[in-house]
Design a protein around this ligand. Structure first.
Ligand SMILES: [Zn+2]
Length: 238
């Protein structure tokens, strides 16, 4: 399996207003969120990238309960696809389960009404034409937009998954599950991890979360919402 999932498309973090709550730092406050950047793939660099890409730590408030996930039923554009829509929807649920309980209290629940969902997953025939992705655009299999509130709390996320690869071949259920696992990592606030063993590698090969994936998510959710790193952010490649 050789798939490329795009960098998250990220909304700009708005300036915080009002009085921060007990778990929220204003965006002008900073906390140490890792060691000095190094060239080697590491949890510290992955955490730094996650904070840098959003301009601050963006994550869900897990005290609100499970993150409500809505998955589009097979759209008309997939009418000629010889896979049951339910298989793909199940693949998304399995991908979400991979992240559940990595952080205490983190859970996804399938929501039947999109208007009540926190994270929505929709299908597109392909995702090959996004110029913003540069050289790798033609390989993009998924894309995620994560919308932060003014205080850095995640408000919503939209995951778009391609049905067909750029060469016209249909992605398999295994492919869809792997890309969804990666994109849901973005929906949780993660950026890319440079190690090929990470499900957050730009080129998705891993079939299960690595120790670094779990550690990076735990580290992100240990930061105050909206926190910035006190060290210069490492630029993400790929
Ligand atoms: Zn990605």
């Amino acid at each position: 399996m050789l798939l490329l999932a795009s960098l998250a498309t990220v909304a700009t973090l708005l300036s915080p207003v009002g009085t921060p709550s007990d778990t929220t730092l204003g965006a002008n406050q900073s906390v140490a969120c890792g060691a000095e950047p190094t060239a080697a793939p590491s949890v510290a660099n992955a955490l730094r990238a996650a904070v840098a890409v959003h301009g601050g730590a963006v994550r869900w408030d897990l005290r609100r309960g499970a993150i409500r996930l809505w998955v589009q039923r097979r759209p008309a554009i997939a009418a000629d696809v010889s896979v049951l829509g339910s298989d793909w929807r199940r693949a998304i649920a399995v991908a979400a389960d991979a992240w559940s309980d990595v952080v205490p209290g983190l859970a996804f629940v399938i929501e039947s009404d999109s208007s009540h969902a926190d994270v929505i997953v929709t299908w597109e025939r392909d995702l090959q034409s996004a110029a913003a992705d540069g050289d790798f655009a033609f390989l993009t299999a998924g894309r995620t937009a994560l919308v932060p509130g003014a205080d850095g709390r995640a408000l919503a996320a939209h995951v778009r998954l391609a049905i067909f690869a750029p060469d016209g071949a249909r992605y398999s259920v295994d492919d869809v599950r792997a890309v969804a696992r990666h994109e849901l990592g973005h929906a949780l606030g993660l950026a890319h991890h440079a190690a090929p063993t990470s499900v957050m590698a730009p080129l998705v090969r891993a079939e299960r979360l690595s120790d670094d994936d779990r550690a990076t998510l735990r580290a992100l959710y240990a930061l105050p919402v909206g926190a910035r790193c006190s060290l210069p952010a490492q630029t993400l490649g790929g």
